[in-house]
Ligand binder design. Structure first.
Ligand code: ARG
Length: 472
């Protein structure tokens, strides 16, 4: 047991209580953020004359040493400490003496942990943005090479109207693009520095909170010290964004799993992204897509978990808030690896274009276009709808498609039909003529691709402002 408090206690903490209370097992992953935050605090204390410049310098050097020793394996983050903050301060004091004991001047673990968690989350928001940007590039590549790849578009999982693979993937481009916009707005709201809020009511030391905020790449210090130590909104917002991202990936994975079945065979998942069965030698399973779909649940779970932790908390800090970490870290690890794996799977996947096109030819995906043909010939839409319904019935019976009907048979159903009907209901015409903004027709699609490309090149990727903080 190594803790930062104990002066007012006459008996040691029960070991079980100590273990229950400790967070080092999971907050040790915030070592980097804790060290950066403490260095910024120490520099400020020195600058303000609250501690001496030489103490500030030896604190900074000592903390950098701790970080590099942990990285190199020379120093282990021992679970005998209560949390990562106690670990850093205790080892620092062992190494540099009294100066180490001055580091916590004007600071509480409440604003310290609020800072560390915010820095960690901000870093994860940036990593997530970078991964999504890579994914957008992969999706765009698929779009660009599949403007003419016909496939059925579905509603109710029934073939509805013909689209192209470019158009279908363009829908996912839009989802991921919105995910990135969401991350950007979360980043902007969360980028305020809570350090200097103390336990809850600020401090009597002349801290320079603007300096600390700026040093750590924040836009400004937070406005209210009670809110600062008890706010986890930014984390909830990020978990929400991750949940939506997972929902998007999961929808696509569900399609990939379906498209990969023997019945569809629209896609072939690469061997490097598939797995086999221990008993059935013929099997090649879409495990990665299934796992992404399955892991969506635990990301949602973390969001629900944290919302529930926060809902009954009176101001300001309560120990319940230590429960923000495990679920959030798990959600971040899960979602970030899912984006990466999904991207790799998509990049290496083969689309069976012929099979997709054949599938678009069947299933009467051109029935709406057949009705529209009749409308152009002067038939009211409702009647046209009914005539085409009759054609479909006829075709089902004869096991043929609408464009395989003879002109005589067509005329028997509706006399206005002429030779030009066949051209109108051909798959190519059906797609080519869909030129409204956002539709699958090649000219509309080219515009969509252009603006998608422009988004990727113009919308810079978020970078973690403290990524190289310790190298300075
Ligand atoms: N491990 C704690 C947490 O995650 C650090 C803050 C402790 N503060 C306190 N007042 N006990 O929230």
């Amino acid at each position: 047991m190594a803790q930062l408090w104990g002066g007012r206690f006459t008996k040691p903490t029960d070991q079980k209580v100590y273990d229950f209370n400790a967070s080092i097992g999971f907050d040790k992953r915030m070592l980097f953020q804790d060290v950066c935050g403490s260095i910024a605090h120490a520099r400020m204390l020195g600058k303000q004359g609250i501690i001496s410049d030489s103490d500030a310098a030896s604190i900074e050097e000592g903390l950098k040493g701790i970080y590099s020793d942990v990285l190199s394996g020379k120093l282990e983050i021992s679970h005998e400490y209560e949390d990562v903050h106690s670990f850093c301060e205790s080892v620092l004091t062992e190494r540099i003496g009294d100066a180490g004991k001055r580091l916590h001047t004007g600071r509480s673990r409440n604003d310290q942990v609020a800072l560390d968690m915010r820095l960690y989350t901000r870093g994860a928001v940036c990593t997530c943005d970078g991964l999504l940007n890579e994914l957008l590039k992969t999706i765009l590549d698929v779009m660009k090479s599949n403007i003419d790849t016909f496939m059925p578009g579905f509603t109710h999982l029934q073939k509805a109207q013909p689209v192209t693979l470019a158009h279908h993937m363009g829908a996912y481009f839009e989802m991921i693009r919105r995910d990135r916009l969401r991350l950007r707005s979360i980043y902007e709201r969360m980028n305020e520095c809570p350090l200097g809020s103390g336990a809850l009511a600020g401090t009597t030391y002349p801290l320079d909170r603007d300096y600390v905020a700026q040093t750590l790449g924040f836009d400004r210090p937070t406005a209210n010290s009670m809110d600062s130590v008890s706010d986890r909104d930014y984390l909830i917002e990020f978990l929400d964004a991750l949940s939506i991202i997972m929902m998007h990936l999961s929808r696509s994975c569900e399609e990939i799993i379906t498209w990969n079945t023997n019945e569809y065979r629209f896609v072939e998942i690469d061997d490097t992204y598939s797995t086999g069965s221990s008993i059935m030698p013929q099997k090649k399973n879409p495990d990665i897509a299934e796992l992404v779909r399955g892991k969506t649940g635990r990301v949602y779970g973390s969001l629900m978990g944290l919302l529930t932790v926060m809902k009954g908390l009176p101001l300001a800090y309560n120990k319940d808030m230590q429960e923000d970490k495990e679920g959030a870290f798990d959600a971040m690890d899960t979602a970030l690896s899912c984006i990466d794996l999904y991207n790799g799977m998509l990049k290496s996947m083969t689309f069976n274009k012929d099979i997709m096109e054949r599938s678009a030819l069947g299933g009467f995906t051109n029935a709406t276009d057949a009705a529209d043909y009749l409308v152009v010939k002067g038939v009211p839409f409702r009647d046209a709808h009914s005539y085409v319904g009759k054609m479909v019935l006829f075709c089902i019976e004869k096991k043929i498609s609408i464009d395989e009907m003879s002109l005589d048979d067509l005329k028997t159903i509706c006399p206005v039909i002429g030779e030009d009907f066949y051209e109108t209901v051909s798959l190519k015409t059906c797609v080519d003529k869909r030129l409204t903004k956002g539709a699958p027709g090649p000219d509309a699609m080219k515009l969509e691709i252009e603006s998608s490309e422009k988004f990727i090149s113009d919308y810079g990727v978020l970078n973690d402002p403290i990524e190289s903080f310790l190298e300075k």
